[in-house]
Design a protein around this ligand. Sequence first.
Ligand code: TRP
Length: 331
Amino acid sequence: MKKDVILTGDRPTGPLHLGHYVGSLIKRVELQDQYKTFIMIADVQALTDYFDRPEKVHESVFEVALDYLAVGIDPQKATIFIQSEIPQIFELTVYYMNLVTLSRALRNPTVKNEIREKKLDETVGFVAYPISQAADITAFKGTLVPVGEDQFPVVEQTNEIVRTFNRIYQTDVLIEPKVVVSHTKRLPGLDGKAKMSKSLGNAIFLCDDADTIKKKVMGMFTDPDHVRVEDPGKIEGNMVFTYLDAFDPDKAEVEKLKAHYQKGGLGDVVVKKRLIEVLESFLKPIRERRAEFAKDKEQVMQILKEGTEKARSVAAQTLSEVKKAMKLHYF
Ligand code: TRP
């Protein structure tokens, strides 16, 4: 085992999709063998945006846990836990709030984008989520954070907080994390929008059944100018090829299809049928494992409970070091 500590998480606002897989899950499965790994189901962070839908957050905690287990995150290797059960995180958040100016908080590009895209109110809670995320990461002394590209500015804000904290309190208790990039670039949505996202309605979920996958692929954005089969078609911005690049194990065949498509004479439906097969053979084992775990909710909750207890004791240790550095120890 190497010295680094992996800390990452997801907001439980629904089941996870292919974008999560490509952007981060695949990397976590790979890293859990080499590093001490903590994976957080960030229900409190989910509430910064879903505060009026607590049932949705509650039920999604289980869904996300199933997705983790289904893709191969192994509770023997990785500690999976629920954020709201770790009060130390929220205590740290309060201390860190003093170290971030309001203008800095409002300037975070990820926060700004999310507010615009999801048409959110600029609540104090939402704007402060990167501060709370700094607490998520530092509570576990996370050094590596595997997240999608859109989260890079959030981790950058963590690093600023760590540096400021260590400077002001003349300590080295907090550690600056690095982001871990996954193999593939961000997966766009089915509609060709920059990001696959549940709220944009352009996602394929890890738990989608074969029929749903078929329907979603048939409706995917291709080349709007490719009207007749004989016409030459474009690959750039053509989602079917973007997804084949990401998921088809037979790269040579994909290259052949691309050449044929560009020359003309290859219909969208043929390429889409191939993508349906490729996605189905990728998702079928995941879906089956997921269904197996779903049958035994008690076992899944037990995994979360044990993970949460372990996580809490790690966070408590960090909190006591932080409080000492801040001269908050009296008895
Ligand atoms: N903000 C992350 C997302 O929306 C989820 C998250 C919460 C997270 N806490 C974290 C990611 C800590 C990495 C580390 O995807």
